[in-house]
Design a binder for this molecule. Sequence first.
Ligand code: HEM
Length: 190
Amino acid sequence: MSKPGVSGNESQNTGILKEIIETNITRKLIPKGLSWLGCMGGLSLLAFLIQLGTGIFLMFYFIPSPNEAAASFQRVSHSVPYGWLIQRIHSVGPHIMIGMVFSHMLRIYFKGIYRHPRELHWVSGANLLILTLLMYYTGSFLKANTAAELSKFQLTCFYTLHIAGIPLAMMLFMGMHFFMVRKTGIYEQL
Ligand code: HEM
């Protein structure tokens, strides 16, 4: 019976949603043999999403101009609520993400998981590694002291690549990566 004030359709939809969440998330058990190294692919994705979220937040305040970049940095860390924390996460995150992507790749390499039928997982993954490093490289020019030394054109180029070009390419290769993983299933079943 549906709750008073809630139509039959609505309570049926809530039931379906609850069922989906329970079967896929809350009732799922962590497999016994799961190792930290085996989680590095998923953790790399999580690190990417954290960088994306904190980066979008910083975009609202950062001014990509050699004369104003440093002042906009100061504003985020001193005047915006939790701005200092988000800035800190966005600058420490890449080091952790690079470590995770490398560990993920090394596990795949030493276990020989790149072999047939997983060649395209490896190729899309290798592109993701290069793009992750390029994100780090372009981001390093957007720091307060380095931004001031660039010309307006250089800073605009690095900024556009950092906030649009490289992230979009990463999403494209991630789509390919996850599609391929979905197609073959993972090597060591959970
Ligand atoms: C941003 C970077 C990356 C993300 C977010 C990512 C994410 C993932 C995820 C979530 C999986 C499925 C679960 C797992 O096996 O861990 C996976 C599998 C895989 N990844 Fe990555 N990956 C990245 C980079 C790389 C790199 C650099 C390589 C190698 C050059 C690579 C090669 C593979 C391969 C071969 C598989 C299939 C593993 C299997 O079948 O068990 N990935 N990746």
